[in-house]
Design a binder for this molecule. Sequence first.
Ligand code: TXA
Ligand code: MG
Length: 307
Amino acid sequence: MEHAADIARAADALKDGGLVILPTETVYGLAADAANPRAVAAVYEAKGRPAFNPLIAHVADVAAARRIAKFDLRADELTAAFWPGPLTLVLPIADETAVCDLARAGLDTVAIRAPAHPIAHALLEALGGPLVAPSANRSGRPSPTTFADAWEETGAAATFGLDGGACAIGLESTVIALLDKPRLLRPGAVTRAELEALIGPLFDAEADAKRSPGRLARHYAPNLPVRLDADEPRADEVWLGFGRCGGAAFNLSPDGDLVEAAANLFAYLRAADRSEGATGIAVAPIPDTGLGEAINDRLRRAAGFVG
Ligand code: TXA
Ligand code: MG
């Protein structure tokens, strides 16, 4: 694609209050100017998303993040280690923040991340200000990990789309709140062990649940019912395997590689969901170590269990 020209076109669309389909290293986002409440409202509308669910402000770097939120030592350490990359921090808002109330769902906190994808980074640099970019799916559907899936989900609401190929990670960013005790709100590609090595034990999200309304059951749900930890499929179930699973229609990673499984997860859930004649999706057991925590979190949501 004509890179620089497309970035400029996307930046212009965003400045005019338009929405843009944006590739990131995690999943595709539906981006809008975080300072423009009308544009942010259009994002909620396109996703069919409850307005109480706050959005992540995406920034080019730490300097831009500091203009929006109050950093502490833990935020300094984590951003030095993992930015740009798949880690979102929830922090108190700065005294003057560019991220509008609607984007924060009225909270006095803000979720921020600096994406590593070169196209997302170039667009943020071109724009200067923060972009909200929730996953580009309609609410309650799996996050899109290819441009085609993103366009099918919310392209109708977008002025422009940037095709950055398949997302390298395939799962949404890890979300950690640094308000009092550090709390893991959403597991992701930056693992619990990696975070705890830097800032010590992470606490549960439960006590803080109101601050993370995105942790809803059936947040990532296909249309077909999903059955987890299945050693084999029942008649009429489509089989989503992991590791050595003879006869699986889809295998997240025949070699049992969790990184590969994460990258394939949403695209394979979508494909399995389209299987002709199937009455359900049976998913093989996935180990809960490392990236497996995030994969199992998304699978429990797809199956309709509260996380
Ligand atoms: O990987 C990602 O993070 C992707 C890509 C496109 O960057 N974006 C994404 O955004 O997943 P979204 O809007 O689908 O998920 C944002 C999550 C939700 O679970 C939301 O509840 C939580 O972050 N969140 C946002 N602001 C928050 C806040 N102030 N306090 C607690 N949780 C917050
Ligand atoms: Mg989402």
